[in-house]
Each structure stands twice: as structure tokens, then as C-alpha cells.
Design a protein around this ligand. Structure first.
Ligand SMILES: [Zn+2]
Ligand SMILES: [Zn+2]
Length: 169
């Protein structure tokens, strides 16, 4: 029996997105090179270019887009830019929404400030002091401003991803 339905109906759109993402890889790599040479403004320009392509092709809530935001945030840190945090926080939220809690936590601790985002993707507030957030008691990898956000986020996505960390003993 021949299978005629091998390709999904959205394959053309998917291919178009894939091409845009491939195009974004080049400025992304060049940006990293410029950063290593100390050309921060040049690097920023290329990262912003890559980000724009990825946003157009994949949207905000995508791990590849988050990677570029992450890179941009890490570039802004040594530049002393205040918007470093915004880029990193946007990346954290995507990682958490996708269930990559390890990467999210790594990104959270990469910026050494006292402000953090709540792990509820739709939290009405933007930032909190670290000491005002409570961690999920099981995985200790997500942070909430209160019970309401924890409950909303638990049923919306976190219950799929929450696991106790491996025992240290
Ligand atoms: Zn919240
Ligand atoms: Zn958890």
C-alpha cells in the first residue's frame, strides 16, 4: 500500500521558515566572532539581524530565537547595557516554557543582579527581587512571585517538566 500522506500540508511554510533560520545562522556565527575580537557594536548589529530573521520565521516562543536573545544578553553584560537583562529574561521564559529547565536556570544565574522574572509566562509583573520569589519545592528550577502564578503555570505547562533533581548523595 502506497502512503500518499508523507508530507504535512504545511511543508511549504515549514521549508520557508527553515531557510530563514539557516540564513540567520551566518550573522549569528559572525556576531560571535566579532564579540571575541572585542567588536561589540559590530557583534550587536549582527545579533539583532539574526534575531529579526528568527522572530519573523519562528516567532518569540522558540528555542532558536531564545538562543540569539541569550547571546545578545551575554554580549550586553560586558557592555554594561541595562537591556542585557531583558534579553536574558526573555530567553529564560522560552526555555522554561519548552521544558529546558536546566538551560533556564543556567541563564538565570548568568546575570548577577538581584532582579528575576517569575516563571509564569503570563505573570502580570515584570521583575522581582530574588528574595521575593519562591522556588518550586520539587525541581527547585522555577521561581514564582506567588501561589497564583504557581498554580496557573503548573497546570499550563510545568507539571509536564517538573522533576526532582538527581540526589547529590
Ligand atoms: Zn508571577
Ligand atoms: Zn517544579
Amino acid at each position: 500500500m502506497v502512503e500518499f500522506h508523507t508530507y504535512p500540508v504545511n511543508s511549504v511554510a515549514t521549508a520557508a521558515s527553515a531557510i530563514s533560520v539557516m540564513k540567520a545562522v551566518s550573522p549569528n556565527n559572525e556576531a560571535l566572532g566579532l564579540k571575541q575580537q572585542g567588536d561589540y557594536p559590530g557583534s550587536e548589529k549582527l545579533y539583532l539581524e539574526a534575531l529579526e530573521m528568527k522572530l519573523a520565521a519562528l516567532g518569540e516562543n522558540n528555542a532558536t530565537t531564545a538562543l540569539t536573545r541569550n547571546a545578545l544578553g551575554e554580549l550586553y553584560l560586558p557592555m554594561g547595557r541595562l537591556d542585557a537583562e531583558d534579553q536574558l529574561k526573555a530567553a529564560v521564559r522560552v526555555y522554561e516554557a519548552k521544558g529546558d529547565l536546566e538551560k533556564a536556570l543556567e541563564t538565570r544565574v548568568s546575570y548577577n543582579t538581584d532582579t528575576m522574572v517569575c516563571s509564569n509566562y503570563n505573570c502580570p509583573a515584570s521583575t522581582f527581587r530574588k528574595s521575593d520569589l519562591k522556588t518550586c519545592s520539587r525541581c527547585k528550577a522555577v521561581f514564582y512571585c506567588g501561589n497564583r502564578c504557581q498554580n496557573v503555570n503548573w497546570s499550563a505547562r510545568h507539571k509536564k517538566f517538573c522533576k526532582a533533581p538527581p540526589s547529590k548523595l
